[in-house]
Design a protein around this ligand. Structure first.
Ligand SMILES: Nc1nc2c(ncn2[C@@H]2O[C@H](COP(=O)(O)OP(=O)(O)O)[C@@H](O)[C@H]2O)c(=O)[nH]1
Ligand SMILES: [Mg+2]
Length: 284
């Protein structure tokens, strides 16, 4: 099922709460999620497969166009759509209005009011259906949401190992956690120009050895990323490493290099290289 909504409504936080692990990156800044992240929750005879999608927005440059295409492709594929909308801004418009679509999606939609801890009183209604209020801070509403989702799941064998919580390679999460640290540390503008690429990943060594290149778009951003005496990049690496060690349960040695790649967010070839293909179906 797909978790969809405007940027910053709490999609990634909700997926993490539902799978019980901080798998997807979360940020107070909008548009942190660029590529869909898949999370799994298996219990008894039920396996929930969540797709945390990039936020639905009006694209201003090519990277954002690709992000929107990926979100729309995720919606087309979904058996069920969770339409996330912040409880303080209730009621939600219909899903297709919120998503800027001409027609309602094929899949059924459950309206989920997020950040319910920020409002007092009863669960709000909406124009789609009643809606379920949840908070990832208090855990409110999560059992009710799971019950509501279960009714819509198709009956078929498990697609994934019930022990797994994710489906994407560790390399993917190296980039995600470097980007999460960048969103935490680098102010308002630089995180949007930031991405990373894994050059080497040796899992058989202890600690696991990872070498990554960090990219920004301008020389001035490179200075900010490195920071005085290299403090910023050191802290960024430290945070990403801690998150990875949490995920894989072993020690990690993370080596980073910085490169300037002018205007990569508007360059089709560079975008493909970072996983933003012009056909969203190519996304694994
Ligand atoms: N108060 C409150 N904040 C939340 C809740 N869920 C998410 N947030 C915050 O909302 C911001 C955006 O969350 P995120 O999951 O990255 O949103 P996304 O862009 O839709 O994936 C972050 O600062 C989260 O900590 C919640 O239940 N209550
Ligand atoms: Mg997100």
């Amino acid at each position: 099922m797909a978790l969809a909504g405007r940027p910053n409504v709490g999609k990634s936080s909700l997926m993490n709460a539902l799978i019980g692990q901080r798998l997807a990156m979360v940020s107070p800044k909008a548009q942190a999620t660029r590529l869909p992240v898949t999370g799994l929750r298996s219990e008894g005879t039920t396996q929930f497969i969540f797709h945390d999608l990039p936020g639905l927005l009006d694209p201003e440059y090519l990277l954002q166009e690709r992000m929107r295409e990926l979100a729309l492709e995720g919606l087309r594929r979904a058996d069920l759509i969770l339409h996330l909308h912040p409880a303080p801004d209730a009621p939600a418009p219909t899903f297709h209005e919120e998503a800027g679509l001409d027609t309602p999606p094929r899949a059924p939609v459950i309206v989920v009011y997020t950040k319910a801890d920020l409002v007092e009183g009863a669960a709000p209604g909406s124009s789609d259906s009643e809606g379920i209020s949840v908070s990832t801070m208090t855990g409110e509403g999560l059992p009710a949401l799971l019950t509501a989702m279960e009714k819509h799941l198709p009956r078929r064998p498990f697609e994934y190992d019930p022990e797994d919580i994710g489906t994407q390679p560790l390399r993917f999460f190296v980039v995600e956690y470097l980007r999460e640290a960048a969103f935490d540390l680098l102010g308002q503008e630089v995180p949007y120009s930031f991405t990373a690429e894994v050059d080497e990943f040796r899992e058989s060594t202890d600690p696991v050895y990872i070498r990554a290149t960090l990219f920004v778009e301008r020389n001035s951003q490179k200075g900010i990323l490195i920071g005085e005496h290299g403090h910023t990049i050191k802290e960024l690496g430290r945070r990403a490493r801690a998150r990875l060690e949490d995920l894989i349960g072993s020690r990690v040695y993370l080596e980073t290099w910085v490169k300037v790649l002018p205007k990569w967010r508007r360059n089709p070839a560079q975008l493909s290289r970072f996983g933003f293909h012009d056909d969203p179906k190519e996304h694994a």
